[in-house]
Design a protein around this ligand. Structure first.
Ligand SMILES: C[S@@+](CC[C@H](N)C(=O)[O-])C[C@H]1O[C@@H](n2cnc3c(N)ncnc32)[C@H](O)[C@@H]1O
Length: 349
Protein backbone atom coordinates (compact mmCIF):
# COMPACT_ATOMS: atom_id res chain seq x y z
CA UNK A 1 0.00 0.00 0.00
CA UNK A 2 1.52 3.29 -0.99
CA UNK A 3 1.44 6.15 1.48
CA UNK A 4 -1.73 8.15 1.06
CA UNK A 5 -1.28 10.41 4.02
CA UNK A 6 -2.16 14.01 3.22
CA UNK A 7 -4.08 16.63 5.16
CA UNK A 8 -3.61 19.55 2.84
CA UNK A 9 -2.47 20.58 -0.59
CA UNK A 10 -5.23 19.51 -2.95
CA UNK A 11 -7.67 21.72 -4.79
CA UNK A 12 -10.42 19.25 -3.93
CA UNK A 13 -10.47 20.75 -0.45
CA UNK A 14 -12.89 23.41 -1.61
CA UNK A 15 -15.09 21.04 -3.58
CA UNK A 16 -18.72 20.47 -2.64
CA UNK A 17 -19.29 21.38 1.02
CA UNK A 18 -15.77 20.29 2.06
CA UNK A 19 -14.15 22.60 4.59
CA UNK A 20 -16.95 25.15 4.37
CA UNK A 21 -16.87 25.70 8.13
CA UNK A 22 -13.40 26.57 9.43
CA UNK A 23 -13.32 23.94 12.23
CA UNK A 24 -9.84 22.47 12.83
CA UNK A 25 -8.49 19.23 11.34
CA UNK A 26 -10.71 18.79 8.29
CA UNK A 27 -9.46 15.87 6.24
CA UNK A 28 -8.26 16.01 2.65
CA UNK A 29 -10.91 14.62 0.25
CA UNK A 30 -8.32 12.87 -1.93
CA UNK A 31 -6.98 10.97 1.07
CA UNK A 32 -10.54 10.01 2.01
CA UNK A 33 -11.20 8.72 -1.51
CA UNK A 34 -8.06 6.55 -1.28
CA UNK A 35 -9.09 5.18 2.13
CA UNK A 36 -12.63 4.56 0.91
CA UNK A 37 -11.33 2.52 -2.03
CA UNK A 38 -9.77 0.11 0.51
CA UNK A 39 -13.04 -0.91 2.21
CA UNK A 40 -15.38 -3.48 0.61
CA UNK A 41 -17.92 -2.18 -1.90
CA UNK A 42 -21.59 -2.33 -0.88
CA UNK A 43 -22.82 -1.78 2.67
CA UNK A 44 -22.62 1.13 5.01
CA UNK A 45 -19.54 3.12 5.98
CA UNK A 46 -19.04 4.79 9.33
CA UNK A 47 -16.70 7.46 10.67
CA UNK A 48 -16.61 7.31 14.46
CA UNK A 49 -14.48 10.49 14.68
CA UNK A 50 -16.41 12.30 11.99
CA UNK A 51 -15.44 15.89 12.89
CA UNK A 52 -16.81 18.24 10.24
CA UNK A 53 -18.05 15.33 8.12
CA UNK A 54 -15.51 15.20 5.29
CA UNK A 55 -15.66 11.39 5.14
CA UNK A 56 -19.46 11.60 4.99
CA UNK A 57 -19.35 13.86 1.93
CA UNK A 58 -17.16 11.36 0.06
CA UNK A 59 -19.22 8.35 1.15
CA UNK A 60 -22.40 10.05 -0.09
CA UNK A 61 -20.67 11.00 -3.34
CA UNK A 62 -19.99 7.29 -3.70
CA UNK A 63 -23.73 6.61 -3.30
CA UNK A 64 -23.26 4.72 -0.05
CA UNK A 65 -24.93 4.82 3.33
CA UNK A 66 -23.04 6.95 5.86
CA UNK A 67 -23.19 7.20 9.62
CA UNK A 68 -21.00 9.45 11.70
CA UNK A 69 -20.24 9.93 15.39
CA UNK A 70 -18.31 12.64 17.19
CA UNK A 71 -17.97 13.67 20.80
CA UNK A 72 -18.21 17.39 19.99
CA UNK A 73 -21.66 18.90 19.57
CA UNK A 74 -20.25 21.56 17.28
CA UNK A 75 -18.64 18.93 15.05
CA UNK A 76 -21.96 17.03 14.87
CA UNK A 77 -23.83 20.21 13.87
CA UNK A 78 -21.24 21.06 11.22
CA UNK A 79 -21.14 17.49 9.88
CA UNK A 80 -24.95 17.41 9.64
CA UNK A 81 -24.92 20.71 7.74
CA UNK A 82 -22.06 19.75 5.43
CA UNK A 83 -23.64 16.40 4.47
CA UNK A 84 -27.20 17.73 4.22
CA UNK A 85 -29.17 16.65 1.14
CA UNK A 86 -32.26 18.85 1.57
CA UNK A 87 -35.53 18.06 -0.15
CA UNK A 88 -36.82 20.91 -2.37
CA UNK A 89 -39.28 22.15 0.28
CA UNK A 90 -36.61 22.12 3.00
CA UNK A 91 -34.24 24.13 0.82
CA UNK A 92 -36.99 26.64 0.01
CA UNK A 93 -37.73 26.99 3.73
CA UNK A 94 -34.02 27.50 4.49
CA UNK A 95 -33.79 30.22 1.83
CA UNK A 96 -37.01 31.93 2.96
CA UNK A 97 -35.90 32.00 6.60
CA UNK A 98 -32.52 33.36 5.53
CA UNK A 99 -34.27 36.34 3.95
CA UNK A 100 -36.28 36.88 7.15
CA UNK A 101 -33.14 36.59 9.30
CA UNK A 102 -31.28 39.14 7.18
CA UNK A 103 -34.21 41.58 7.46
CA UNK A 104 -34.37 41.04 11.24
CA UNK A 105 -30.64 41.68 11.68
CA UNK A 106 -30.72 44.73 9.39
CA UNK A 107 -33.60 46.23 11.36
CA UNK A 108 -31.60 45.91 14.58
CA UNK A 109 -28.51 47.39 12.95
CA UNK A 110 -30.45 50.47 11.80
CA UNK A 111 -31.00 51.48 15.43
CA UNK A 112 -27.68 50.25 16.84
CA UNK A 113 -25.11 52.75 18.06
CA UNK A 114 -22.38 50.60 16.50
CA UNK A 115 -23.74 49.09 13.25
CA UNK A 116 -20.70 46.82 12.89
CA UNK A 117 -21.40 45.02 16.21
CA UNK A 118 -22.41 41.40 15.62
CA UNK A 119 -25.51 40.57 17.63
CA UNK A 120 -25.05 36.79 17.40
CA UNK A 121 -27.26 36.11 20.44
CA UNK A 122 -30.10 38.30 19.10
CA UNK A 123 -30.13 36.58 15.72
CA UNK A 124 -29.87 33.17 17.36
CA UNK A 125 -32.99 33.89 19.45
CA UNK A 126 -34.81 34.94 16.29
CA UNK A 127 -33.83 31.77 14.42
CA UNK A 128 -34.94 29.56 17.31
CA UNK A 129 -38.32 31.36 17.24
CA UNK A 130 -39.03 31.11 13.52
CA UNK A 131 -37.45 27.83 12.37
CA UNK A 132 -38.95 24.37 12.91
CA UNK A 133 -37.51 22.98 16.15
CA UNK A 134 -34.66 20.46 16.44
CA UNK A 135 -34.08 17.84 15.09
CA UNK A 136 -34.96 19.93 12.04
CA UNK A 137 -32.00 20.14 9.69
CA UNK A 138 -33.31 23.52 8.52
CA UNK A 139 -32.68 24.98 11.97
CA UNK A 140 -29.32 23.19 12.04
CA UNK A 141 -28.40 24.78 8.70
CA UNK A 142 -29.37 28.29 9.85
CA UNK A 143 -27.34 27.98 13.06
CA UNK A 144 -24.50 26.53 10.98
CA UNK A 145 -24.39 29.74 8.95
CA UNK A 146 -24.52 31.82 12.13
CA UNK A 147 -21.77 29.72 13.68
CA UNK A 148 -19.63 30.23 10.57
CA UNK A 149 -20.11 33.99 10.79
CA UNK A 150 -19.19 33.91 14.47
CA UNK A 151 -16.18 31.67 13.91
CA UNK A 152 -14.93 33.88 11.12
CA UNK A 153 -15.28 37.11 13.06
CA UNK A 154 -12.64 39.69 12.25
CA UNK A 155 -11.25 41.98 14.93
CA UNK A 156 -13.52 45.00 15.38
CA UNK A 157 -11.29 47.30 13.36
CA UNK A 158 -11.64 45.00 10.35
CA UNK A 159 -15.41 44.58 10.47
CA UNK A 160 -16.44 46.30 7.31
CA UNK A 161 -19.81 44.64 7.13
CA UNK A 162 -22.61 44.19 9.64
CA UNK A 163 -24.08 40.82 10.63
CA UNK A 164 -27.00 41.06 8.17
CA UNK A 165 -24.63 41.39 5.22
CA UNK A 166 -22.32 38.63 6.39
CA UNK A 167 -25.17 36.23 7.17
CA UNK A 168 -26.68 36.83 3.73
CA UNK A 169 -23.37 36.22 1.91
CA UNK A 170 -22.45 33.08 3.84
CA UNK A 171 -25.97 31.63 3.46
CA UNK A 172 -25.89 32.24 -0.31
CA UNK A 173 -22.49 30.58 -0.67
CA UNK A 174 -23.57 27.61 1.49
CA UNK A 175 -26.79 27.24 -0.45
CA UNK A 176 -24.81 27.08 -3.74
CA UNK A 177 -22.49 24.46 -2.19
CA UNK A 178 -25.49 22.35 -1.15
CA UNK A 179 -26.59 22.43 -4.80
CA UNK A 180 -23.16 21.12 -5.85
CA UNK A 181 -23.35 18.34 -3.26
CA UNK A 182 -26.86 17.38 -4.32
CA UNK A 183 -25.76 17.04 -7.97
CA UNK A 184 -22.68 15.01 -7.04
CA UNK A 185 -24.58 12.44 -4.95
CA UNK A 186 -26.32 9.62 -6.88
CA UNK A 187 -30.12 9.78 -6.72
CA UNK A 188 -31.61 7.50 -4.07
CA UNK A 189 -28.62 7.72 -1.69
CA UNK A 190 -29.81 7.59 1.92
CA UNK A 191 -29.43 10.69 4.08
CA UNK A 192 -26.40 10.70 6.39
CA UNK A 193 -27.02 9.80 10.06
CA UNK A 194 -24.79 11.78 12.39
CA UNK A 195 -24.90 11.49 16.16
CA UNK A 196 -23.25 12.79 19.25
CA UNK A 197 -21.42 9.88 20.87
CA UNK A 198 -18.29 8.46 22.42
CA UNK A 199 -16.40 6.20 20.01
CA UNK A 200 -15.37 4.04 22.95
CA UNK A 201 -18.99 3.24 23.74
CA UNK A 202 -20.85 2.92 20.47
CA UNK A 203 -24.28 1.44 21.05
CA UNK A 204 -23.81 -1.89 19.30
CA UNK A 205 -26.66 -2.55 16.88
CA UNK A 206 -29.16 -5.17 17.98
CA UNK A 207 -29.24 -6.85 14.56
CA UNK A 208 -26.26 -8.71 13.08
CA UNK A 209 -23.19 -6.51 12.52
CA UNK A 210 -23.55 -5.10 9.04
CA UNK A 211 -20.98 -2.37 8.56
CA UNK A 212 -18.74 -2.77 5.49
CA UNK A 213 -16.20 -0.20 6.54
CA UNK A 214 -14.97 2.35 9.00
CA UNK A 215 -13.05 5.20 7.36
CA UNK A 216 -11.64 7.56 9.93
CA UNK A 217 -8.92 9.76 11.37
CA UNK A 218 -8.76 9.41 15.16
CA UNK A 219 -7.32 12.22 17.29
CA UNK A 220 -3.52 12.17 17.41
CA UNK A 221 -2.11 11.73 20.94
CA UNK A 222 -2.02 14.97 22.90
CA UNK A 223 -2.34 17.43 20.02
CA UNK A 224 -5.73 19.12 20.47
CA UNK A 225 -8.51 19.74 22.96
CA UNK A 226 -11.28 19.48 20.40
CA UNK A 227 -14.28 19.81 22.70
CA UNK A 228 -12.89 22.69 24.74
CA UNK A 229 -11.83 24.58 21.62
CA UNK A 230 -15.26 24.08 20.07
CA UNK A 231 -17.09 25.24 23.19
CA UNK A 232 -15.01 28.41 23.33
CA UNK A 233 -15.57 29.21 19.69
CA UNK A 234 -19.28 28.64 19.48
CA UNK A 235 -22.05 30.55 21.15
CA UNK A 236 -24.29 30.42 18.10
CA UNK A 237 -26.15 27.42 19.55
CA UNK A 238 -25.28 24.93 16.81
CA UNK A 239 -23.58 22.63 19.32
CA UNK A 240 -26.63 22.50 21.60
CA UNK A 241 -28.82 20.98 18.89
CA UNK A 242 -26.70 17.81 19.04
CA UNK A 243 -27.65 17.24 22.71
CA UNK A 244 -25.63 16.56 25.84
CA UNK A 245 -23.25 13.64 26.24
CA UNK A 246 -22.61 13.84 29.95
CA UNK A 247 -19.50 11.97 31.04
CA UNK A 248 -17.97 11.03 27.71
CA UNK A 249 -14.21 11.09 27.32
CA UNK A 250 -12.33 12.86 24.55
CA UNK A 251 -9.59 10.59 23.25
CA UNK A 252 -5.95 11.63 23.58
CA UNK A 253 -6.65 15.26 24.47
CA UNK A 254 -3.86 17.76 25.03
CA UNK A 255 -5.25 18.32 28.51
CA UNK A 256 -4.85 14.62 29.40
CA UNK A 257 -1.29 14.82 28.17
CA UNK A 258 -0.61 17.85 30.38
CA UNK A 259 -2.34 16.42 33.46
CA UNK A 260 -0.98 12.87 33.41
CA UNK A 261 2.55 11.53 33.73
CA UNK A 262 4.15 10.27 30.52
CA UNK A 263 3.36 6.67 31.47
CA UNK A 264 -0.12 7.61 32.65
CA UNK A 265 -0.93 9.28 29.33
CA UNK A 266 0.49 6.35 27.38
CA UNK A 267 -1.63 3.88 29.40
CA UNK A 268 -4.76 5.99 28.96
CA UNK A 269 -4.13 6.26 25.21
CA UNK A 270 -3.73 2.48 24.93
CA UNK A 271 -6.95 1.82 26.85
CA UNK A 272 -8.82 4.30 24.62
CA UNK A 273 -7.40 2.67 21.48
CA UNK A 274 -8.50 -0.77 22.69
CA UNK A 275 -11.99 0.56 23.49
CA UNK A 276 -12.74 2.28 20.18
CA UNK A 277 -11.31 -0.56 18.08
CA UNK A 278 -13.43 -3.10 20.03
CA UNK A 279 -16.51 -0.92 19.44
CA UNK A 280 -15.81 -0.91 15.67
CA UNK A 281 -15.12 -4.64 15.68
CA UNK A 282 -18.58 -5.24 17.17
CA UNK A 283 -20.29 -3.30 14.35
CA UNK A 284 -18.27 -4.59 11.37
CA UNK A 285 -19.42 -7.59 9.37
CA UNK A 286 -16.88 -10.34 8.67
CA UNK A 287 -14.63 -9.07 5.86
CA UNK A 288 -15.41 -5.47 6.81
CA UNK A 289 -12.45 -3.14 7.08
CA UNK A 290 -11.16 -0.17 9.04
CA UNK A 291 -9.09 2.29 6.98
CA UNK A 292 -7.56 5.03 9.06
CA UNK A 293 -5.10 7.86 9.05
CA UNK A 294 -3.33 8.45 12.36
CA UNK A 295 -0.23 10.29 13.53
CA UNK A 296 2.42 9.97 16.23
CA UNK A 297 2.96 12.50 18.99
CA UNK A 298 4.05 12.75 22.63
CA UNK A 299 6.45 9.83 22.20
CA UNK A 300 3.61 7.52 21.17
CA UNK A 301 3.86 5.34 18.08
CA UNK A 302 0.19 5.19 17.11
CA UNK A 303 0.64 2.28 14.72
CA UNK A 304 2.25 0.16 17.43
CA UNK A 305 -0.69 1.07 19.73
CA UNK A 306 -3.16 -0.19 17.14
CA UNK A 307 -1.21 -3.41 16.60
CA UNK A 308 -1.11 -4.07 20.33
CA UNK A 309 -4.80 -3.21 20.74
CA UNK A 310 -6.01 -5.75 18.14
CA UNK A 311 -3.92 -8.62 19.49
CA UNK A 312 -6.29 -11.52 20.25
CA UNK A 313 -9.25 -9.84 18.52
CA UNK A 314 -10.87 -10.73 15.21
CA UNK A 315 -9.21 -7.69 13.59
CA UNK A 316 -6.08 -8.26 11.53
CA UNK A 317 -3.59 -5.85 10.06
CA UNK A 318 -3.83 -6.07 6.27
CA UNK A 319 -1.46 -3.30 5.26
CA UNK A 320 0.07 -0.06 6.45
CA UNK A 321 2.19 2.79 5.15
CA UNK A 322 4.15 5.34 7.13
CA UNK A 323 5.28 8.77 6.05
CA UNK A 324 7.14 11.60 7.80
CA UNK A 325 6.76 15.29 7.07
CA UNK A 326 10.22 15.17 5.48
CA UNK A 327 8.88 12.96 2.68
CA UNK A 328 6.32 15.60 1.80
CA UNK A 329 8.14 18.78 2.74
CA UNK A 330 11.87 18.24 3.38
CA UNK A 331 12.24 21.53 5.25
CA UNK A 332 9.57 20.62 7.80
CA UNK A 333 11.82 18.51 10.03
CA UNK A 334 12.62 21.54 12.14
CA UNK A 335 9.01 22.50 12.66
CA UNK A 336 7.54 22.26 16.15
CA UNK A 337 4.70 20.03 14.98
CA UNK A 338 6.76 17.66 12.84
CA UNK A 339 4.79 14.46 12.50
CA UNK A 340 5.01 10.86 11.40
CA UNK A 341 1.68 9.60 10.10
CA UNK A 342 0.37 6.15 9.30
CA UNK A 343 -2.25 4.81 6.96
CA UNK A 344 -3.53 1.59 8.51
CA UNK A 345 -5.86 -1.02 7.07
CA UNK A 346 -7.49 -3.64 9.31
CA UNK A 347 -9.91 -6.42 8.41
CA UNK A 348 -12.37 -8.36 10.52
CA UNK A 349 -11.74 -12.08 10.04
C1 LIG B 1 -8.69 14.21 13.57
S1 LIG B 1 -10.28 14.79 14.02
C2 LIG B 1 -11.30 14.16 12.74
C3 LIG B 1 -11.51 15.18 11.67
C4 LIG B 1 -12.48 14.74 10.59
N1 LIG B 1 -11.98 13.60 9.86
C5 LIG B 1 -12.76 15.92 9.65
O1 LIG B 1 -12.50 15.80 8.46
O2 LIG B 1 -13.25 16.95 10.14
C6 LIG B 1 -10.69 13.78 15.39
C7 LIG B 1 -12.12 13.94 15.92
O3 LIG B 1 -12.33 13.02 16.98
C8 LIG B 1 -13.28 13.59 17.87
N2 LIG B 1 -13.22 12.84 19.13
C9 LIG B 1 -12.32 12.91 20.14
N3 LIG B 1 -12.62 12.02 21.11
C10 LIG B 1 -13.73 11.34 20.70
C11 LIG B 1 -14.51 10.28 21.26
N4 LIG B 1 -14.22 9.73 22.43
N5 LIG B 1 -15.56 9.83 20.54
C12 LIG B 1 -15.89 10.38 19.34
N6 LIG B 1 -15.20 11.40 18.78
C13 LIG B 1 -14.12 11.86 19.44
C14 LIG B 1 -12.89 15.06 17.93
O4 LIG B 1 -13.96 15.89 18.33
C15 LIG B 1 -12.46 15.31 16.46
O5 LIG B 1 -13.52 15.85 15.71
Amino acid sequence: MSAITAWRGSGLQNELTHGFHPRIAAMNPQTIQSLLSLVPAGGGVKDIFCGAGAVGIEVLRDGREFSGVDISGLAVGIARAQTWLPAADELALFRGLTVEAVAFAAEGEATQADPSALDIAGLREFLLRVAPPAPSLVLNALLFVLSYVEHDVFPTWRRFHPLSHRFEKVAARYSAKLGELRSAVPAGTKAAEIHLGDAQRLSASLSAPSLAGVVTSPPYPGVYDYVETDVLQCTAGLAELAGDLGAAEEIGSKKQREELSEDGFRGRWQAQTVAWLAACEAELRVGGRIAMLIGDNAGIDSKASVEEAIRGSSLELVASATVGEDARRPWAKHKRNYRIEHTILLEKR
